[in-house]
Design a protein around this ligand. Structure first.
Ligand code: LMR
Length: 393
């Protein structure tokens, strides 16, 4: 049977990891995949998570199954973390998932069960993996313009495109720290999206994978919370990979908001059925650690302080990098980097310039010129800026 298969195209982000690993040059710089790095280049286990692991190790008496939804205490805590303590829990349900990607896929399959003809409107650009996930769920995909390097967020064009969506269609939005542009909606824009969703019967589907990396835990969730307070139905895929630094352990949450408790319950039972058909029951370890951190006041405070440090470091790197590029290019072309938020921005280079940056200068960024802010070498920003300017015309 395998003779029918051609090799799959490599994932544009993940392929960079092995290219970088195999590059023997000493001065190489990895700004590819979105993982946080500290000033030594390491991606450490957070102290609060390490302590949670220790407690888990000492107290966990069994590894028997917990059930289709995973750890229900974790799920309840995730609703609070993402949607706030005031959220209307009578209409909200959450299931533990293998990472944010698991949540995206489980919710996409739920959409397919509920509305097989729905189109999912995705921002252009978006995280490249959104498209295969939605396709794998068998959903139709359309895009709406989101960002233009010269203009920033193209909100009027986005609304104009979304006016072509029909009732029951789904609109995918990045909760914060838009990947790949670092350009986030203002609260007024979130409010306009809520109006549009209510008027046109559209269902927001929010992917929030970087909560706490932009402006703060509550600030980064302000848009998704505004929507949850106003729209009748909504889907939220939350990831703990980045803000708890538990990447490879895989934990996230699939959250749904129904029009009422009965519809939320029915949808939730279908959501769990989807999970049963893919992974049966979600992996536990990182979810248990996140639960231990969030339910212990002191550990939670320690985690938040660590997250504050992570965010402050990325903000300082953005500032320093924009200044270094200003000096190297003698222009304000890259000033926007300082004003954007989260782990990514795009330099605005052509694919050819991106390739030359890698081949001639050992700097690894994604093909659309997205770079990982946390990978910026704080002590070599002028050197990096010089390499970037060297590939410009
Ligand atoms: C990224 O965008 O780099 C991360 O979300 C990692 C991934 O899986 O692509």
């Amino acid at each position: 049977m395998f003779e029918t298969l051609k090799p799959a195209a490599p994932d544009g982000i993940l392929a960079l990891m092995s290219l970088y690993r195999d590059d023997p040059r000493a001065g190489k710089i990895d700004l590819g995949v979105g993982v946080y790095r500290d000033e030594t280049g390491a991606t450490p286990v957070m102290r609060a998570v390490r302590e949670a692991e220790r407690r888990l190790h000492e107290t966990q008496a069994s590894k028997t199954y917990l059930g289709l939804a995973g750890d229900t205490a974790f799920n309840a805590l995730m609703i609070g973390l993402v949607l706030g303590e005031d959220a209307d829990r009578t209409r909200l349900r959450a299931a533990q998932t293998p990472g944010g990607t698991g949540a995206l896929r489980q919710l996409a399959d739920l959409v397919r069960l509920a509305r097989p003809d729905a189109t999912v409107w995705t921002p252009d650009p978006t995280w490249p993996n959104h498209l295969p996930i939605l396709r794998a769920a068998g959903l139709k995909i359309a895009s709406f313009p989101y960002y233009d390097p010269a203009e920033g967020i193209t909100f009027d064009a986005a609304v104009a495109a979304l006016n072509n969506a029909v009732s029951g269609d789904v609109v995918l939005l990045h909760g914060c720290c838009h990947n790949p542009t670092g350009a986030d909606l203002s609260l007024d824009q979130w409010a306009a999206i809520a109006d549009l969703a209510v008027e046109r019967g559209l269902v927001p589907f929010v992917d929030i994978a970087y909560q706490g990396f932009g402006q703060g835990l509550d600030e980064d969730a302000a848009g998704v919370r505004l929507l949850a307070a106003r729209v009748p139905e909504m889907l939220v895929a939350a990831s703990c990979s980045k803000n708890f630094s538990v990447y490879r352990d895989r934990v996230g949450a699939a959250i749904l908001l129904g029009r009422n408790a009965a519809e939320a319950d029915a949808a939730y039972s279908q959501l769990l059925g989807v999970g049963r058909g893919i992974w049966s029951m979600p992996p536990d370890h990182a979810a248990a650690c996140v639960r231990i951190v969030l339910e212990d006041e002191a550990l939670r405070a320690e985690w938040q302080a660590e997250l504050d440090t992570v965010r402050a470091r990325m903000l300082a790197l953005r500032q320093g990098f924009a200044e270094a590029l200003r000096r190297a290019s003698n222009s304000d072309r890259f000033d926007f980097i300082a004003g954007q938020r989260g782990m990514f921005s795009r330099l605005g280079l052509t694919p050819d310039e991106v390739t030359r940056l890698r081949d001639e200068h050992g700097v690894y960024i994604v093909g659309d010129s997205r770079f990982n802010v946390a990978g910026l070498p704080g002590d070599r920003l002028d050197d990096l800026a010089a390499r970037i300017v060297a590939v410009l015309p």
